[in-house]
Design a binder for this molecule. Structure first.
Ligand code: GTP
Ligand code: MG
Length: 339
């Protein structure tokens, strides 16, 4: 699958940018003949955990660049995805779900959301149609209202899960939610990232609200996340599958080493990846490793499939399970794990 009209798409292994910042990147070499009226800029998706932000990001980009899961608080940094059109370039910033923080990690993630929406050109607020609007949404919308000048689009996500009557009720409530917070929505759009319903319309609407400008990324780039980060995330996604309760929150992944194996024929490359899965407590090890290592092997196999699909190279993946005691509440561990 490709995200560009030209049929090329790249996940670029650029030097790591300050994690979580929606800083503007160094502009790509300016094209000599940009059509007039070209639009470019940043939009972010915000919402409660599990609202469908990351799935929607992937749908708009047209390729999987961020991981998703049914567990809340999957996304842990602000990831940029790039949508290319002949007359525009939209940089989407997927953010962690805004929630009541219970750990230092949670606080950091919430701060990251707020610093991101202060820096973008458009804010897309994701409100899943399958859930009633709750106190968490009201809090989030009231906070977003403080970024007064930035246009806001309400996205009624997961439209495929509800009947038209429920959607109508949801849209009315979104309108009221905006009025209560003093927000005039630039648009309210029902969308389904999984069925594709109105995904292009969301792109159109976000682009319309961008300023005039030049392309900020080279044609064909779909994200500026370093390859190592993408790989670590795919391993984490595989490790999240089938685990419950507190365990998803306890999992973090780091890459020790990643590189093409030497002495391989040119047409048979092999990418060696040495990675660690960190947990918070010894008692969690058994679940992640499984009987005689069966679960860890499954996680490795699934992660390898995903990494190979993303990078297009056969992969040798070496996974180790380690403990970083209570890392979510430990500033030193958080730093080591990149937060
Ligand atoms: N049926 C349906 N499910 C969806 C849709 N979008 C997302 N989901 C599901 O909702 C769950 C959460 O999706 P994510 O995209 O990870 O949600 P998120 O808002 O990024 O979550 P956090 O990163 O935890 O804040 C996953 O199980 C998705 O498959 C949709 O349009 N329709
Ligand atoms: Mg997410």
């Amino acid at each position: 699958m490709s995200s560009t009209p030209e049929g090329s798409s790249k996940a670029k292994g650029r030097p790591a940018q300050a994690k979580g910042k929606a800083d503007r990147p160094a502009p790509a070499p300016a094209p000599t003949q940009q059509p007039t009226g070209f639009k470019s800029g940043f939009a972010c998706f915000v919402g409660r955990p599990n609202a469908g932000k990351s799935t929607l990001t992937n749908a708009l980009v047209g390729q999987k660049i961020v991981i998703t899961s049914s567990k809340p608080q999957t996304t842990r940094h602000a990831v940029r995805g790039i949508v290319h059109r002949p007359d525009s370039q939209l940089i989407l910033v997927d953010t962690p779900g805004l929630h009541k923080p219970r750990t230092l990690l949670g606080q950091r993630l919430n701060d990251l959301v707020k610093s991101t929406w202060a820096e973008v050109d458009v804010i897309g607020i994701c409100l899943p149609a399958s859930d009633k609007i709750g106190p968490g949404d009201r809090f989030l919308v009231a906070e977003a209202a403080k970024v007064a000048k930035t246009p806001k689009v309400a996205l009624a996500t997961k439209a495929d899960l509800v009947e038209p009557e429920r959607m109508l009720e949801h849209l009315t409530q979104i309108q009221e939610l905006g009025e209560a917070a003093g927000i005039e929505w630039a648009a309210i759009i029902p969308v389904s990232a999984t069925s594709g319903f109105q995904v292009d319309l969301v792109t159109d609407e976000l682009i319309q609200l961008l300023p005039d400008g030049f392309a900020l990324y080279p044609d064909g780039d779909i994200t500026d996340e370093p390859e190592e980060t993408l790989v670590a995330e795919l391993i984490r996604e595989a490790a999240l599958e089938g685990v419950r309760d507190e365990l998803p929150h306890s999992i973090a992944v780091t890459i020790d080493e990643m590189g093409l194996r030497e002495d391989r024929p040119e047409d048979k490359p092999l990418l060696d990846i040495y990675a660690n899965i960190y947990l918070e407590r010894d008692s969690q090890k058994g679940i992640v490793i499984g009987h005689k290592g069966a679960r860890l092997r499954e996680v490795g196999a699934e992660a390898r499939r995903q990494i190979e699909a993303l990078l297009g190279t056969p992969v040798y993946l070496d996974l180790h399970v380690k403990i970083a005691k209570n890392w979510q509440t430990d500033a030193k561990h958080l730093r080591k794990l990149g937060f």
